[in-house]
Design a protein around this ligand. Structure first.
Ligand code: G6P
Length: 369
């Protein structure tokens, strides 16, 4: 088994460290930065259809649903198509309005999640075109969909999803750019710029992985907490949700992800000197606003842990701990900011003596309702 873990203590850690490679694999043969082109063979036959669809509905569960929220942000921003993100388990039992001009994107690592399959079947009956984003080739979901794009992250053994999540986000980024290319919502020069940067994201992830020492220090400090809050804005919000989910899944600490601005409508009541608050505080369009949320937490003596852009000065003055990630266009922030949060929950779970790869009560894939 040690051999399978490639010298790492747990599959989860191995899978976290595989991400520079898995993301590269996911992009291979799909991006052409010099020409500003994206090719997605799996959905090619629908390239024309993408020019006049009304709406995209993303359905998924768990971590895959968080990837969907990042996808909503990217597709709306770059391809200018309205997107709704639905929990498959809720969607399937409503009587949603679906037309032939809708594209449903089902996201699933395993390709076997029962609720996601049922949501696909319902949308298909109502005439929608269904795309899949799956990791396991030949699984049930890829067989149910009209077309799809595999994530190619390789087998994920740890129950808590890590590399599959970043690969899903990568595919959604590619899809957003592909749709933008079909619909003419991005110029070729902008696509060249974005794809050139995307091409270098694996190296930046490698750099983000090197903050392990400071992350261990933070883990040591907050490992005995009963609760933990994760806050972010824009595409940092789904990152906060995913950070909270990772922590609760493997360390059993109660954690919640919230949009930073919503803090004042509830979570702020929980803040005292024992409450760690993890902020996604990178330099992007919501930076200043997040800083004022950090001040609000510090005024109530909360413990602030901030994910910041390399070289940040402002947040460092206020936060108890800063974890740096390389600078990048806002489009790629989720791919980078997720990395330290994965490592943080991993170390906390190890320090608490938890079964990291097989947390209690959880299954890798939920094939029953
Ligand atoms: C389970 C797993 C999660 C996963 C979710 C959806 O809860 O423990 O890691 O995100 O199912 O699974 P899927 O295979 O559809 O992505």
């Amino acid at each position: 088994e040690m051999l399978e873990k490639g010298g790492y203590e747990h599959f989860m850690l191995k899978e976290i460290y595989e991400q520079p490679r898995s993301i590269k694999d996911c992009m291979r043969g799909r991006i052409y930065p010099q020409e500003g082109k994206v090719q997605l063979g799996g959905i090619k036959e629908f390239a024309d259809k993408l020019k006049n669809i009304d709406r995209i509905i993303i359905v998924a569960c768990g971590t895959s649903w968080h990837a969907g929220l990042v996808g909503e942000y990217l597709i709306e921003e770059y391809a200018r198509i309205p997107v709704e993100v639905e929990y498959a388990s809720e969607f399937r039992y409503r009587n949603p309005i679906i037309t032939e001009k809708d594209v449903v994107i089902a996201i699933s690592q395993s390709g076997e999640t029962a609720d996601t399959m049922a949501a696909i079947e319902m949308a298909k009956e109502k005439g929608a075109t269904i795309f899949g984003i799956c990791n396991v080739a030949g699984a049930s979901i890829p067989r149910l969909t009209h077309a799809g794009v595999y994530t190619h992250a390789g087998p994920e053994i740890g129950v808590a999803s890590t590399k599959a999540f970043t690969a899903q986000v990568t595919v959604l980024t590619l899809m957003a750019f592909y749709m933008a290319q079909q619909r003419g919502t991005l110029t070729t020069s902008k696509l060249i710029e974005l794809l050139t940067e995307l091409d270098h994201i694996p190296e930046k992830i490698q750099i983000a992985l090197e903050s392990d020492d400071i992350i261990k220090k933070v883990a040591e400090k907050i490992k005995d907490s009963k609760n933990c809050l994760f806050l972010g804005r824009g595409s940092g919000f789904p990152v906060a949700l995913e950070g909270a989910l990772k922590l609760k899944e493997i360390s059993y600490i109660h954690a919640e992800g919230y949009p930073a601005a919503e803090m004042k409508h509830g979570p702020i009541a929980l803040i005292d000197e024992e409450m760690p608050v993890v902020f996604i505080a990178t330099q992007n369009s919501s930076y200043e606003k997040v800083i004022s949320n950090i001040q609000e937490v510090k005024a109530r003596k909360g413990i602030v842990i901030a994910i910041v852009t390399q070289g940040d000065i402002e947040v460092k003055k206020m936060a108890d701990y800063c974890i740096e990630i390389p600078d990048a266009d806002e489009a790629f922030l989720p791919l980078l900011a997720t990395i330290p949060l994965q490592l943080l929950s991993y170390h906390i779970a190890v320090m608490r003596g938890c079964n990291v790869d097989q947390p209690r009560n959880l299954a890798k894939s939920v094939t029953v309702e």
